[in-house]
Ligand binder design. Sequence first.
Ligand code: MC0
Length: 146
Amino acid sequence: MLTRIDHIGIACFDLDRTVEFYRATYGFEVYHSEVNEEQGVREAMLKINETSDGGASYLQLLEPTRPDSAVAKWLDKNGEGVHHIAFGTADVDADAAGIKDKGVRVLYEEPRRGSMGSRITFLHPKDCHGVLTELVTSAPVESPEH
Ligand code: MC0
């Protein structure tokens, strides 16, 4: 079951300048940043709020790390802006299978690694009214050591 907006992915040319815009304009701080080589992005996660399912919603700022990446291709064509939305679920495998059964193309055979150790897959934008849609299961929260 999809229970939250996990994040909105925003493509940008210059991650540091875009982070500074969100900080100076809205007061949002970087919660986490990483490079995802497989996806070809450098990203910053700005946490907006906790959600009632125990997760959270983020803005995800994305700068491409190589010209053949999905985000670089999209920026070439569209310029900066909203690249995708991501719904959070406790079970990305089950939700992806159920959505596939409804005739929507799921882009990965098996979920791949996403931000902060999450497991992610994508739905084809052409099957989702023009919106590239991601499904995310967050990494389990580490229990504190005793
Ligand atoms: C492409 N299209 C989009 C789109 N990207 N439409 C809406 N939103 C987008 N983001 C449209 C194009 O305009 C084009 O339509 C058609 O889809 C084919 O696009 P293309 O430019 O020829 O590119 P393809 O077919 O090679 O690839 C598109 C596809 C790809 C969606 C399959 O971008 C993909 O696999 N994306 C999933 C991975 C991804 O985006 N990773 C970056 C975020 P027309 O009408 O011109 O034919 S990584 C991430 O987000 C991770 C780190 C995380 O959340 O943790």
